[in-house]
Design a protein around this ligand. Structure first.
Ligand code: BTN
Length: 313
């Protein structure tokens, strides 16, 4: 399998990338990173292979001229300062980042793919995942019970919504976890649980339509960010990680009420007439709130905790 693995605590290539932002001598790099000249040369050759442009001059050393739009090291740089992730697995193409995360079975990992050949959506659907979109999964052991997992889903939806708004987009959240711009979906979130009930491993899978073409059959429901703004995959990723890390820490730190309040402020669903379909049953009414467990409240009383939500036109 062709993939890159970066263990954040051991990696020196990200530091090298930062150092060669300005001309930097091989001597200085070797000294500061504690590596040999051969190791520097190899790391530079690998960066070039990944699409980095590096100039080398005698007497001056190395200077970075251009970065690729995305790479495992750019993902690693974006994760600097976030203490949620220890390891990154980065694929050009894989079946599904959620499935890889499940197969690894470890916590505090991030699985990233430039393309998914069998991207998974909610309710057994397929998630269309061509190049140009953002597809990644974060595996965490939050120490919450299985009943609290819907809160993680809502927390993630809020993080993506805030991330997109910070990039100048007008995103809202459709319960339970779609992020919309206007009436169309730009992001889907699939949270899956593996392991013991008391302390499950939660896989948070995030898919964002950034620059990918939307297939014709989905065009009435889904849209790519490129239709509104030219933003890089990396900027979208960095903003999501920043917002996800802070929201997740708030949730784990017992501040669910704050998240819930913010979620309601960004909600596209509250106030609308909806039908929620759950395992063959249908619940309809006006969405009036989110309860203390993350369920959608209909007509001030009925509560639904999962399912597909349709707006009644
Ligand atoms: C939905 O149906 O709205 C959820 C879509 C979730 C898609 C993401 S892309 C990254 C991760 N890997 C998958 O196979 N699915 C999720």
């Amino acid at each position: 399998m062709n993939y890159y693995k970066v263990e954040l605590s051991k990696d020196y290539t990200t530091k090298l990338i930062e150092m060669i932002g300005e001309w930097c001598s091989g001597h200085k790099i070797a000294k500061e990173l504690g590596i040999s000249r051969t190791a520097i040369w190899k790391a530079i050759a690998k960066l070039k292979e990944m699409g980095y442009k590096v100039e080398t001059r005698k007497g001056k050393g190395y200077k970075l001229l251009k970065k690729p739009e995305i790479s495992v090291y750019e993902v690693a740089l974006a994760l600097k300062g976030s203490d949620l992730i220890d390891k990154i697995y980065y694929y050009k193409e894989i079946d599904s980042t959620n499935e890889v995360a499940k197969r690894k079975g470890a916590s505090n990992i991030l699985v990233f793919a430039e393309r998914q050949s069998a991207g998974k959506g909610r309710l057994g659907r397929r998630w269309f995942s061509d190049y140009g979109g953002l597809y990644f999964s974060i595996a965490l052991k939050p120490g919450l019970s299985i009943d609290d997992v819907p809160k993680i889903t809502l927390t993630t939806g809020l993080a993506v919504c805030d991330a997109l708004n910070e990039l100048g987009l007008k995103a809202r959240i459709k319960w339970p976890n779609d992020v919309l711009i206007g009436k169309k979906k730009v992001c889907g979130i699939l949270c899956e649980i593996v392991g013991e009930v008391e302390s499950p491993l939660v896989i948070v899978g995030i898919g964002v339509n950034v620059k990918n073409e939307i297939p014709d059959e989905l065009k009435d429901k889904a849209i790519s960010i490129k239709e509104f703004k030219d933003v890089s995959l990396l900027d979208v990723f960095c903003n999501i990680i920043k917002n996800f890390s802070s929201n997740y820490k708030m949730l784990i730190g017992g501040e669910w009420k704050v998240i819930r309040k913010k979620w309601i402020e960004k909600s596209d669903t509250i106030g609308k007439e909806v039908v929620v379909s759950v395992g063959g049953k249908k619940y309809s009414g006006k969405a009036t709130g989110i309860d203390e467990d993350g369920g959608l409240i209909l007509n001030g009383k009925t509560r639904v905790y999962s399912g597909e939500c349709f707006y009644v036109a």
